[in-house]
Design a protein around this ligand. Structure first.
Ligand SMILES: C[S@@+](CC[C@H](N)C(=O)[O-])C[C@H]1O[C@@H](n2cnc3c(N)ncnc32)[C@H](O)[C@@H]1O
Length: 277
């Protein structure tokens, strides 16, 4: 029997996985070694202990631009223009580097500015010109700065807007307390559910990025629903963990899509953007 015939014969028997073991072992070892290398590099070079930042792979960036193009119904070239805009915003990048270097919690933050999926948030704000954005969960204020930066550009083009950013931690949002970004940011400290209940004007774009438990995410979307403007867009940063926004979209007659990001050289598998509209 020749080698090909023998391989085919073994493939039909319970011995097949044993025969393929060396190949299977090499595959998984290569994968795990890559994760271990990235983990070791990160442990030595990064200071972050949560809300990790990273670059996206080229392919993941392509998929993000197409995702925004479909959701906002605009040409993908226009989305690429928005992505290039935030990435070449040297004033914003410089501000974040400086504010990070002098912050009280600088020992737990990387100076290098990496927006990852937040460039998708930026492009959605640029494309849809919301008058009122609400972001739950602020942390240092990186996302808040990105949203504020898009709102400032919109205002220059005659479409003013503000972002209300909600966090339970009084120290949150230090990156977004500096002008010109602070000029379009209303930082509200307290539990997000109570703060959403106290919103005094319609919400055009809502982003969940606070307590990522399923129950809290659901409570936020339920709480904001009566305050949404017609045609409002709902985003979640929790889409790789729960189906809460998809279920909310189905209940409320909206469409739903999810984008999953892929970080470059990071052990963390990445988050994503869920959108209901
Ligand atoms: C993942 S971080 C937010 C990241 C931020 N949006 C960004 O772009 O970097 C989560 C934040 O949610 C806040 N948080 C947790 N539970 C909350 C609650 N019940 N109400 C409001 N904020 C909450 C935490 O204090 C933390 O700062």
């Amino acid at each position: 029997m020749d080698a090909t015939k023998l391989r085919r014969a073994i493939a039909r028997t319970p011995l097949a996985p044993v025969a393929a073991f060396p190949k299977r072992f090499a595959r998984v070892a290569r994968h795990d070694a890559k994760v271990l290398r990235a983990s070791a590099r990160w442990l030595v070079t990064s200071r972050e202990h949560h809300n990790y930042t990273y670059e996206l792979t080229k392919l993941s960036r392509h998929h993000l631009t197409w995702f925004v193009s479909v959701v906002c119904d605009i040409p993908v070239q226009q989305v690429r223009g928005y992505v290039a805009e935030i990435e070449s915003d040297d004033a914003l990048r410089h501000h974040i580097e400086q504010a990070t270097a002098t912050a009280a919690r600088r020992g737990l933050a990387d100076r290098k500015v990496r927006y990852a999926r937040r460039v998708g948030w930026y492009a959605i704000v640029r494309a849809t010109h919301p008058a009122h954005v609400v972001e739950t969960g602020v942390d240092k204020g990186l996302g808040t700065c990105v949203l504020a930066s898009a709102l400032l550009r919109n205002a220059q083009e005659g479409h003013p807007g503000r972002v209300t950013s909600l966090d339970i931690n009084p120290e949150a949002g230090y990156l977004a307390r500096v002008a010109p970004w602070s000029e379009v940011v209303d930082l509200v400290i307290g539990d997000s559910i109570a703060s959403i209940g106290a919103l005094d004007r319609p919400v055009d774009l809502f982003l969940h990025d606070s307590d990522h438990s399923r129950a809290h995410e659901k409570r936020e979307f339920d709480a904001v629903e009566p305050t949404l403007a017609p045609g409002a867009i709902l985003l979640t940063d929790n889409v790789t963990s729960t189906n809460v926004l998809a279920e909310h979209a189905e209940r409320t007659g909206r469409r739903f899509l999810a984008y999953r990001e892929s970080p470059v050289n990071h052990w963390y598998p990445g988050d994503g953007i869920g959108v209901a509209w």
